[in-house]
Design a protein around this ligand. Structure first.
Ligand code: NAP
Length: 316
């Protein structure tokens, strides 16, 4: 006799990269009797339905969450409060509500006030992703061998936390539980700051390229786009990361402001020390630092987190 699925009906709100990957992984692993979907965007609803990602697609969010025992908000973080408000009158007691947002404190603040009695809010964050967006971008293995972090608020229902952890484990994730504030500080340095650096360096390079092109036009020289031409170097990885979804990342920086600014301050100090070492021809300082950072990379590989799809949150 086959085992009953973990949830009778899962509702996925927001069918982008993460939402569609959840739909694939839920189906492949037989984790739900029924997968319902909703996206605010009619075009995305149509595309997701055509791909057969869900069992039912709903234009009305209330219809999507009706009778669901698990609701997952897979929208940008800034939309989680609106989602919580829109579903709150339609949730059955005992329902688990979670999300996948890259920031956790702000999500709890935005969602918790709308949760009716008897509904369990257990926020989460799969530390897995790619730079792609939309329903076509998802795949079932996205969460395999990646960490999924749950940040249950104080007093959260333990059974709900355990059930949600089982859901993530069944999709191949390693589950960690921590408080939201800790999550937001850790991810600020491991994911949000690297993205900020990538966005900035790509912008700096592209401004420089525009200047060089203008100059060579003045000099009557035929120009090539050198940033693109030579991007096989370290720059290529920055361009990949900097191609990440603008809405998602705008929300991350605005909603994890304090932790990001703290890490940016620390980073700026270290950058200044590096600048000084170069200016003073301090090769020993540079060599020692590069040796230390090389060891960090070894640690990442040993922890099994050096995979291709890892977002720099994203490994995010
Ligand atoms: P995505 O591909 O852009 O998908 C998000 C979807 O949600 C879009 O279809 C969007 O529609 C829809 N949406 C926006 N507001 C909505 C609302 N109020 N109600 C219903 N649907 C709404 O984004 P994603 O990469 O899957 O990211 C989703 C969440 O996962 C974010 O919170 C992000 O922080 C988190 N996350 C992302 C990654 C990653 O690598 N991408 C990794 C881990 C966690 P429109 O496009 O029309 O707005």
């Amino acid at each position: 006799m086959s085992k009953a699925p973990l949830f009778e009906r899962i509702a996925i709100i927001g069918i982008g990269l993460i939402g569609s990957s959840l739909a694939h992984a839920t189906r492949v692993n037989g984790l739900a009797g029924h997968i319902a979907g909703h996206d605010a965007d009619a075009d995305i609803r149509e595309r997701a339905a055509a791909l057969g990602l869900v069992d039912s697609m709903h234009a009305d969010i209330a219809d999507a969450v009706a009778n669901a025992d698990l609701v997952i908000a897979a929208t940008p973080v800034g939309a989680c409060g609106d989602v919580a408000r829109a579903i709150s009158d339609h949730l059955a007691p005992g329902t688990i509500v979670t999300d996948v947002g890259s920031v956790k404190g702000a999500v709890i603040e935005a969602m918790a006030p709308h949760m009716p009695d008897g509904v369990h809010l257990v926020p989460g964050h799969p530390v897995a992703g790619t730079e792609h967006s939309g329903p076509e971008a998802g795949f079932a293995e996205l969460f395999r061998d990646r960490f999924s972090i749950l940040t249950p608020p104080a007093g959260a229902n333990e059974e709900a936390v355990a059930r949600l952890a089982e859901f993530w484990r069944a999709m191949g994730s390693d589950v960690e539980i921590m408080d939201a504030e800790h999550h937001d500080r850790v991810l600020a340095i491991t994911s949000h700051l690297p993205h900020l650096i990538a966005f900035t360096i790509v912008e700096t390079a592209s401004e420089l390229e525009t200047e060089l092109e203008a100059k060579s036009r003045d000099d009557d020289v035929v120009t090539t786009r050198e940033v693109i031409k030579y991007s096989a170097g370290g720059f290529r990885d920055f361009t990949r990361i900097a191609a990440s979804d603008p809405t998602m990342w705008r929300d991350v920086f605005l909603l994890n402001k304090d932790a990001v600014l703290e890490m940016l301050g620390r980073f700026t100090e270290d950058l200044t020390a590096m600048q000084r070492a170069i200016r003073h021809d301090d090769g020993d300082a540079l060599f020692e630092l590069f040796t230390r950072t090389r060891n960090v990379r070894r640690g990442v590989i040993e922890a099994g987190q050096a995979g291709r799809f890892q977002y720099t949150e994203n490994g995010d």
